[in-house]
Design a protein around this ligand. Structure first.
Ligand SMILES: Nc1ncnc2c1ncn2[C@@H]1O[C@H](COP(=O)(O)OP(=O)(O)OP(=O)(O)O)[C@@H](O)[C@H]1O
Ligand SMILES: [Mg+2]
Length: 233
């Protein structure tokens, strides 16, 4: 089954001086279980494309299918797909509520989903990403960058998504922590059977993680990269 199929996706931002096409008719397919890379320099439209797939930007044209279910422009994602698609953001500082303890940050989505024994589920989620139980009582600013990104990954995994969207998940981290987080993502993917879409400007990160990738430039796809192309890197 195709996990994600994007066809002719375009995204235009309207400003005072007219429209700016940030994503210009891109198409790609991601098979279930694959790790797929969106590679390209700053400003080429990677985050913009990913936000549309996550349902965070509804103003797009073209078609997006997730597990063979079409998303619709200008409509929120509803039903089971809302749990199936989760996103991890580039900067874990701004994506974690600064005044909530980790226990609450991880507990709230579970409470909303009416999961029983939230505390046990929070501790299990921390354990899954290699964090100790005492982290639950801390605030985000009391964690290292790597620990924060682990919490962000734990949160994205809480509702057992089938498609995990990763927007530069390690670019805010130093090199040694980067490798730890990438290896963690690979382990989690193997254990949970997820499909990953990884956005990065770093060819080495994409080569390390992805089965296939596309290279973007100024809103368009310039090259499709097979595993053998990534290995040459
Ligand atoms: N809300 C917005 N309104 C207007 N323009 C935007 C908006 N969001 C993004 N853009 C523009 O769209 C283009 C693509 O931005 P995007 O954030 O997708 O790039 P990116 O490839 O993720 O870059 P980076 O690697 O720096 O994160 C940029 O020129 C950016 O300025
Ligand atoms: Mg970006």
């Amino acid at each position: 089954m195709s996990a994600l199929s994007v066809d002719n996706l375009s995204i235009v931002f309207n400003g005072k001086d007219g429209g700016f096409t940030a994503v210009d008719a891109i198409s790609f397919d991601v098979a279930e279980g694959e790790t797929f890379g969106l590679l390209g320099p700053s400003g080429c439209g990677k985050t913009t494309a990913l936000r549309a797939v996550a349902g965070l930007n509804l103003d797009w044209s073209g078609s997006i299918n997730v597990f063979d279910t079409p998303l619709r422009p200008n409509r929120k994602i509803i039903g089971p797909l809302r749990r199936d698609i989760q996103m991890v953001f580039q900067d874990p500082y701004s994506s974690l509520h600064p005044r909530h303890r980790i226990r609450r940050i991880l507990g709230e989505p579970l409470t909303v989903a009416k999961i029983e024994d939230v505390e046990a589920a929070v501790l299990a989620a921390l354990d899954r990403v290699g964090l100790k139980a005492d982290i639950a009582g801390r605030y985000p600013h009391q964690l290292s960058g790597g620990q924060r990104q682990r919490v962000a990954i734990a949160r994205a995994l809480l509702l057992k998504p089938r498609l995990l969207l990763l927007d530069e998940p390690t670019s805010a981290l130093d090199v040694s922590v980067q490798a730890e987080i990438l290896n963690l993502l690979n382990d989690l993917k193997r254990d949970c059977g997820m499909t990953l879409v990884l956005v990065s400007h770093d060819r080495g990160v994409v080569a390390h993680m992805c089965d296939r990738a596309v290279e973007m430039s100024k809103g368009t796809i310039r090259h499709a990269l097979a595993r053998s192309d990534l290995e040459i890197y």
